[in-house]
Ligand binder design. Structure first.
Ligand code: TRP
Length: 331
């Protein structure tokens, strides 16, 4: 069976952007593929050494988000990155298969350096995290990686490492992987910025209360030129409609609403009322399930422990292959 490897840095609760970006695909594909879902706590530390508790605290929160949206631990293996030392071991070797210049050119890393304002003071581990991400993907022989589109350069760089190692080994030790990105593209933030992100303060978390959902919908950016109800409205850049595209199950109703809005005669408040209805319906059951699961944290921890043991076994096989390909098999 083909393998999926995917994951998130646990630095805060997951939000609607994660849901559209990758969680939906993970739920959808988990029965067709052998899926590993990783809580990337070690990667999260690359820029959180001043607040390590934030990372460890959020491991359980993100695990609850995974379970609440329907990632099923009976078929998916959920595990914690830092507890699989084989991943660090692989990353150590892969670091010799990338150059500093290539890491500096990685568009995802570049953008994240800009967002964090590192300038010249980039933690070395942060700059090098594409090598660790390549370790994550290859350790499980994954061929598919469901992620948001901002992660595409990561998969590309991982595949470069795979090709270099296979060339050195003279045979196919590692597998190249493909990204699985959502058709709908990236979900904008509620303020209209291109990306929903907790640090930008424009996210709606999957565990939001009914009131938080209501308040967020009120703030959703629409069309600044649509002043009177009868004015024609614009859909481009209109976050209310971007979200309806993502979350309204009544596709015909939505097309009709859009046509009326563009023609003029539909108030923003009407579109927002429909949006609120859709979001309450989507998030209500997720929130309820999350609350129920969080009553027995011990059970979640033991699920993670089992998943992590399984992940270690898988990763150990790849470490063994890579080390012998590099001539590091002495006994
Ligand atoms: N970089 C991913 C993020 O931004 C997390 C991650 C770490 C990951 N390793 C991975 C995703 C491997 C997919 C595959 O959250």
């Amino acid at each position: 069976m083909k393998v999926i490897l995917t994951g998130d840095r646990p630095t805060g609760p997951l939000h609607l952007g994660h849901y559209v970006g990758s969680l939906q695909n993970r739920v959808l594909y988990q029965r067709q593929y052998r899926q590993f879902v990783m809580l990337a706590d070690a990667q999260a530390l690359t820029d959180n050494m001043e607040d390590t508790a934030k990372v460890s605290r959020n491991v359980l929160e993100v695990a609850l988000d995974y379970l609440a949206v329907g990632i099923d631990p009976e078929v998916s293996t959920i595990f914690i990155q830092s507890q699989v030392p084989e991943l660090a071991e692989l990353a150590f070797y892969y670091l010799n298969l990338v150059t500093v210049a290539r890491l500096e050119r990685n568009p995802t890393v570049k953008e994240e350096i800009r967002l964090r304002g590192f300038e010249r003071d980039i933690p070395a581990g942060f700059l090098a995290y594409p090598a660790s991400q390549a370790a994550d993907i290859t350790a499980f022989r994954a061929s598919l990686v469901p992620v948001g589109e901002d992660q595409l350069p990561m998969i590309e760089q991982s595949n470069e490492i795979v090709r270099r190692l296979n060339r050195i080994a003279g045979r196919e030790i590692l597998l190249e992987a493909k990204a699985l990105v959502p058709k709908i593209g990236r979900l904008p933030g509620i303020d209209g910025k291109a990306k929903m992100s907790k640090s930008l303060g424009n996210a709606l978390s999957l565990s939001a209360t009914a009131k938080e959902i209501r308040d967020a919908v009120k703030k959703v950016y629409t069309d600044p030129l649509h002043l009177k109800v009868e004015d024609p409205g614009h859909l481009e850049g209109n976050v209310a409609f971007a979200y309806l595209d993502a979350f309204d199950p009544d596709r015909d109703g939505l097309e009709e609403l859009k046509a009326c809005y563009v023609r003029g005669g539909v108030a923003d408040s009407l579109a927002k009322a429909r949006l609120e209805e859709c979001l309450q319906e989507l998030l209500g059951p997720i929130r309820a399930r999350r609350e129920e699961l969080s009553r027995d944290k011990g059970e979640v921890i033991s699920m993670l422990q089992k998943g992590t043991e399984l992940a270690r076994e898988e990763a150990a096989k790849t470490v063994c292959d890579v080390k012998s390909a590099l001539g590091l098999a002495y006994f």
